[in-house]
Design a protein around this ligand. Structure first.
Ligand SMILES: [Fe+2]
Ligand SMILES: [Fe+2]
Length: 180
């Protein structure tokens, strides 16, 4: 008999896994990733600015400011999810499991918050698209120094992680919650 243990994430079926597990996964994987990686990317972008000085040859001019503005937006988005939306979802799931229909006075508020998060996810998609264009599809030029290379590779990881993050929330979490 095969050993029983937690399946790797890639094998989790988020259509059927408990919703609270999905919430835990989103925070511990994707929210933590953003909180740890965005400051590093900003540092790299600032280093590249210093290294390049007036030469400005990377095509990434202005990236530090864009990343800083994005970090502020992301921080507020994550706080809304973790402090407002996810606790409301946990309550809704508990009510649903207890057979309590619509006890929560915040059911309308829940749908509204999800609509707001959806809207902010679209803005995220636009920022990722901008990063993709600025880096020519996250391509490291042959002439890139180590800092430039690390920055583009970091942006690519940010892009990949964000795509998965958005997919889990838009395609699994939100529809499942709205169907409860
Ligand atoms: Fe999230
Ligand atoms: Fe989100």
């Amino acid at each position: 008999m095969a050993a029983i243990g937690p399946a790797p994430d890639a094998e989790v079926d988020w259509n059927t896994a408990p919703i609270p597990d999905l919430l835990d996964h989103l925070v511990s994987t994707h929210h933590d990733f953003l909180r740890s990686q965005l400051p590093l990317l900003i540092e790299l972008a600032a280093s590249l600015e210093r290294l390049q000085g007036a030469r400005r040859t990377s095509g990434l001019e202005g990236l530090r400011q864009i990343l800083e503005a994005y970090q502020a937006d992301v921080q507020s988005h994550l706080e809304t999810e973790e402090l407002l939306l996810f606790p409301a979802i946990r309550l809704k799931v508990r009510d649903h499991e207890a057979g309590i229909e619509d006890r929560s006075i915040s059911t309308g508020g829940l749908a509204q918050t999800i609509a707001r998060m959806d809207y902010e996810h679209e803005a995220t998609g636009a920022v990722l698209q901008l990063f993709r264009e600025m880096t020519n599809g996250f391509t490291v030029p042959d002439s890139a120094c180590a800092t430039h290379r690390a920055l583009i590779q970091g942006l690519r990881r940010l892009n990949d992680d964000s795509i998965e993050h958005l997919r889990l929330e838009n395609d699994f979490l939100f529809p499942r919650v709205l169907a409860l």
